[in-house]
Design a protein around this ligand. Structure first.
Ligand code: GTP
Length: 599
C-alpha cells in the first residue's frame, strides 16, 4: 500500500552540529530543490532573525521523493524541529509526528546537553533513532571517540552509526538509504475516524493560519468540515496539501501523511500546537495524547519610550501574536513608565526575539523591565494569587508563603570544570543532584534550580567559567516554596514600580546595595540631589546619593566653536529621548535593566 512508502522523520542535534546543512543535502540529493535555489543557504530556516541567530525557531515540514536502491519511490517527510529549550514542547509535538529521528552529533564536539535532551524526547516519542556523526571532513574530527560516546548513550552497534559530512556531501547517499530501511512506515489507520496532530502553524496574511499536521488516523478531504478539540470550533477545509518547496494542494490526505490545512482561521490561537483535528460529521472520541496548553514562563513589562507610541506598540504586538500563539500580553500601567504591556514568553530567547522584532520590524522603541518568573502567593486569608509582576507582590504582612518555578538541569562539561560549576550552582541556589561520567573526560551534571536564577546570564556565566566547554539544557519541574521578598527601589522617596524585583531573602541585602550603586552610576546628575534607596517593605536596606549638578553642559564649551556646541546639544537631546521622567527624576532606559549586569 501507499503508506508503506512513507517515511516521516526529523533531525535532532545540539545547536551548530549541522542539522540545517544536513537537511539541505537531503533536499539536494532528492532534487527537491536545485543548487541555485540552495544559494540562499539554509532553506528550512526562513526567518531572517533565525538565520542571524543560527537557530531554527519554527518547525516546518518538507516532502521529498526518493527512488531507493530497491527501485521503489518513497515519500520522505522531513519535519524540522526548533533547537532551543524554550520551544521544547514544539519539539516534542514535531517528534510525535514522526516514526524516526536522525541524531546528529558533531565529530569535533561530541555529545552535548541538547543532544541528550532531544534524544530523550525522541525516545519518549517511541522513535527509531539513526545516529549520524557529522563533520567527518574536519581534521580535528574524532569519529571513533564520538562513536563510542553514542554507543554508550543509546546502545547501538558501531556499524549502525553513519558518518557523514553534510558540508561536503559525504555519506549522504548511505544515510538516505538508511532512512528508507530503518525508519518504520507509518501504521495504516485509514479506516478510523480522523485524528490529525497539529505540530506547527504559521500565519499567512491572505489565507489565515496554515496548519501543519500529521494524519495519525483516518483521512481528510478538501471541503470536509473539521473540528478542533481544544476549542470545539468548526471550520471548512478550504485547502489541504503537502509541502515541498511550495504548497502543493491535494484532494485527500490519508493516515500516515504529513501536510497542511488551510481553513480560514483568523487567529493562530485557534490552531494550537499539539491539538487534534477531527471531522465534524464523524468525530474521533478522544484527542491524541500529549496535548499541553503551553504557559509562558518568563514575563517582562514592555513600554513605549514615547508614551504617544502606545497604540503603535499595541498594534505591533497584535500582529506578532497573530503568528505566535505562545506570545501573551495584557495592558498594564506603571507609575514610572506609564502605559504599556505585561508580556509572557516561553523563555528568555523567545523574549529577546519578540523585543528585537518589535524594534526592527515594527520600529517601536521600547523600554523593557527586568524579566521575572511567575510566583504563586498564598495569602494569610488562604487565598492564592498569581503574581507576574514583582511590583504587584502583596505586602509582606499578608503573605503566608510564596512558591516559585523550578527546573531540572543537565550540564555537560569536561571533568576539569566540575569545581567551577558546583560553585556557580551554589551561587544560583542550585540543588546539586549527581554527576555521571560520559567517558574518561566528559561528565554530565544534574541540578535543580529556581527558574528565576537562570533566566538571565546563567548560560553566559556557564560558558565563561568553563572556557566554552559546557552545554546545558533544562526542563520545568514545578513550583516550590521559597523565602522570597520584594525589593523596592525609591528615588527621592518615591517607589519606582518598574524597578521592583523579587529576590531570595538571603540575597536581598547584597542585591539592594549593588543595585543602588549601579543606579547611582547610571542616573545622571540632576538639578537637585537624588536619593536612591532600596527597601524591603518599609525597611530601607541601602542608600546612595547623587549630588546636584553644578554646571550646565554648555559651560564647558565656553568660547568653543559653534559646531562642537551643536554636537553637544544634539547629544544631550538624544540622551533625553531615551530618558524617562520618573517623578522629578530623569531616569535613563538602561536603569530599568541595571539588574541584568550586577554580579
Ligand atoms: P542550528 O540551526 O543553529 O541549530 O544549527 P544547525 O545544527 O542547523 O547547524 P548548521 O547546519 O547551521 O551548521 C553549523 C555550522 O557547521 C555551519 O557553519 C556549517 O557550515 C557547519 N557544518 C555543518 N556541517 C558540516 C560538515 O559536515 N563539515 C564542516 N566542516 N562544517 C559543517
Amino acid at each position: 500500500t501507499e503508506v508503506n512508502r512513507i517515511r516521516n522523520f526529523c533531525i535532532i542535534a545540539h545547536i551548530d552540529h549541522g542539522k540545517s546543512t544536513l537537511a539541505d543535502r537531503l533536499l539536494e540529493i532528492t532534487h527537491t530543490l536545485d543548487r541555485t535555489q540552495m544559494a540562499s543557504a539554509q532553506v528550512l530556516d526562513d526567518m531572517d532573525l533565525e538565520r542571524e541567530r543560527g537557530i531554527t525557531i519554527k518547525s516546518h515540514a518538507i516532502q521529498m521523493k526518493y527512488k531507493a536502491q530497491d527501485g521503489i519511490e518513497y515519500t520522505l517527510n522531513l519535519i524540522d524541529t526548533p533547537g532551543h529549550v524554550d520551544f521544547s514542547y514544539e519539539v516534542s509535538r514535531s517528534l510525535a509526528a514522526c516514526e524516526g529521528a536522525l541524531l546528529v552529533v558533531d565529530a569535533t564536539q561530541g555529545v552535548e546537553a541538547q543532544t541528550i535532551a532531544n534524544l530523550y524526547l525522541a525516545i519518549d516519542a517511541g522513535l527509531d533513532i539513526i545516529p549520524v556523526i557529522n563533520k567527518i571532513d574536519l581534521p580535528s574530527s574524532d569519529v571513533e571517540g564520538v562513536a563510542r560516546q553514542v554507543i554508550d548513550l543509546i546502545g547501538v552497534n558501531r556499524e549502525d552509526i553513519i558518518p557523514v559530512s553534510a558540508k561536503a556531501g559525504i555519506g549522504v547517499d548511505v544515510l538516505i538509504e538508511a532512512i528508507v530501511k530503518r525508519v518504520p512506515a507509518p501504521a495504516d489507520n485509514n479506516h478510523l475516524p480522523l485524528r490529525a496532530l497539529i505540530f506547527d502553524s504559521v500565519f499567512d496574511a491572505y489565507r489565515g493560519a496554515v496548519i501543519y499536521l500529521r494524519i495519525v488516523e483516518g483521512s481528510l478531504r478538501k471541503g470536509d468540515r473539521v473540528k478542533f478539540f481544544a476549542n470545539d470550533k468548526l471550520f471548512l477545509a478550504d485547502e489541504i496539501g503537502t509541502m515541498s518547496m511550495k504548497r502543493q494542494p491535494k484532494n485527500i490526505l490519508e493516515s500516515g501523511d504529513v501536510g497542511y490545512l488551510i481553513c480560514s482561521i483568523k487567529d493562530v490561537k485557534d490552531a494550537k500546537v499539539g491539538d487534534t483535528v477531527t471531522l465534524a460529521d464523524n468525530p474521533a472520541k478522544e484527542r491524541l495524547a500529549g496535548y499541553k496548553d503551553v504557559k509562558p514562563m518568563v514575563f517582562s513589562g514592555l513600554y513605549p519610550i514615547n508614551s504617544n507610541e502606545f497604540e503603535d506598540l499595541r498594534e505591533s504586538l497584535e500582529k506578532l501574536a497573530l503568528n505566535d500563539a505562545s506570545l501573551v500580553y495584557t495592558p498594564e500601567t506603571s507609575v514610572a513608565l506609564g502605559f504599556g504591556f505585561r508580556c509572557g514568553f516561553l523563555g528568555l530567547l523567545h523574549m529577546e526575539i519578540i523585543q528585537e522584532r518589535l524594534e526592527r520590524e515594527y520600529g517601536v522603541n521600547i523600554i523593557t523591565t527586568v524579566p521575572n518568573v511567575e510566583y504563586r502567593v498564598m495569602l494569610t486569608n488562604s487565598e492564592m494569587v498569581i503574581v507576574d509582576n514583582p511590583s504587584k507582590m502583596p505586602e509582606p504582612g499578608r503573605i503566608s508563603l510564596v512558591e516559585e518555578p523550578y527546573v531540572s538541569m543537565q550540564i555537560i562539561t569536561l571533568a576539569d570544570y566540575i569545581g567551577n560549576i558546583m560553585k556557580l550552582g551554589m551561587e544560583r541556589r542550585g540543588e546539586y543532584k549527581n554527576t555521571d561520567y560520559l567517558d574518561t573526560l566528559r561528565v554530565i551534571m544534574h541540578f535543580e534550580f529556581p527558574l528565576a536564577e537562570i533566566v538571565f546570564d546563567f548560560h553566559d556565566r556557564l560558558k565563561s567559567i568553563s572556557k566554552g566547554y559546557a552545554s546545558m539544557d533544562y526542563e520545568y519541574i514545578g513550583y516550590r516554596e521559597s523565602e522570597l521578598v520584594k525589593l523596592d527601589v525609591l528615588l527621592n522617596g518615591d517607589t519606582v514600580d518598574a524597578l521592583s524585583i523579587v529576590v531570595h531573602r538571603s540575597k536581598a541585602y547584597d542585591w539592594g546595595k549593588k543595585l543602588c550603586i549601579k543606579l547611582k552610576a547610571i542616573i545622571p546628575k540632576q538639578m537637585y540631589e537624588v536619593a536612591i534607596q532600596a527597601a524591603i517593605g518599609s525597611k530601607v536596606i541601602s542608600r546612595e546619593t547623587i549630588s546636584a549638578m553644578r554646571k550646565n553642559v554648555l559651560a564647558k564649551c565656553y568660547g568653543g566653536d559653534i559646531s562642537r556646541k551643536r554636537k553637544l546639544l544634539e547629544k544631550q537631546k538624544e540622551g533625553k529621548k531615551r530618558m524617562k521622567q520618573v517623578g522629578r527624576v530623569e531616569v535613563p532606559q538602561e536603569a530599568f535593566l541595571a539588574l541584568l549586569n550586577i554580579d
